[in-house]
Design a binder for this molecule. Sequence first.
Ligand SMILES: Cc1ncc(COP(=O)(O)O)c(C=O)c1O
Length: 288
Amino acid sequence: MTDVFLNGTFVSAAQASISPMDRGFLFADGVYEVIPAFNGVLFRLNEHLLRLQRSLSALQIQNPHSAQVWQALCKELLVRNGRGNSSVYLQITRGAPEKRDHGFPVPPAQPTVFMATSPIPASSISDSAAAPGAAAIVADDIRWGRCDIKAIALLPNIMLRQQAIAAGAAEAILVRDGLVTEGSSTNVFVVKDGEIATPPCSRMILAGVTRELVVELCRQHELPLAEQEIPRERLYDADEIWVTSSSKDALPIVSLDGHPVGSGRPGPRWRALAQHFLNYKQTVCRLA
Ligand SMILES: Cc1ncc(COP(=O)(O)O)c(C=O)c1O
């Protein structure tokens, strides 16, 4: 049984309990982060904590901890649960006031803080020559108008992911008003004639920490990249599609709605990016 962190204490997961009055439970009134750690080293921690602060500020929830304390808590949890490749899940809700009421409680309740770890499966970049790639479907983006907040309210995302699973695919790529937004839990990159494109940050997508790293790596290594709107049709004549997230790194999509993407195999731009990504990760996380 692994340990979790709940409201100031480390306890075994079986012993952790929260009040049914918690606004996370009643209203999905809270935010979260998933922070990967490779070889026990937290990856892009600052970027995750900055996004956490943006999400909390958008919901007017006080950040319960400083960056130093978050870092110490993440490290302690990783040590307790084994230091391999794991992600730290961190959730903060608006707490558990006495009364259920849509308005924010006055005075504010103590936020509920929950943290847990889970293992990260090996990513496709660790052996890019052998990576098979994955399948995706295209689906209507049925989410709300503040997808930039990393809110725990994920009902549309889980419905869309389930739609993908039912079609034998790994991810749903979402389209709103004819334009690609992102995946159900990933950001999207599309390659055509060597040019890499990803939708610009806006309230319609989550500013992925991995997206930002991929943009940085492309710029640094002179892979041509533009942050621009991507029409739905571009997905169907793309040479390559990748989806990115903290637990998947950059995953090549080789089949879309049952049709091959480009050659139907991970493409040359992805292989180049995967190598730069792996080098970066190995350096930062001191991997062998
Ligand atoms: C909707 C959505 N977009 C993008 C991402 C990727 O973000 P990150 O790279 O920070 O993990 C996630 C991750 O959970 C997500 O839920």
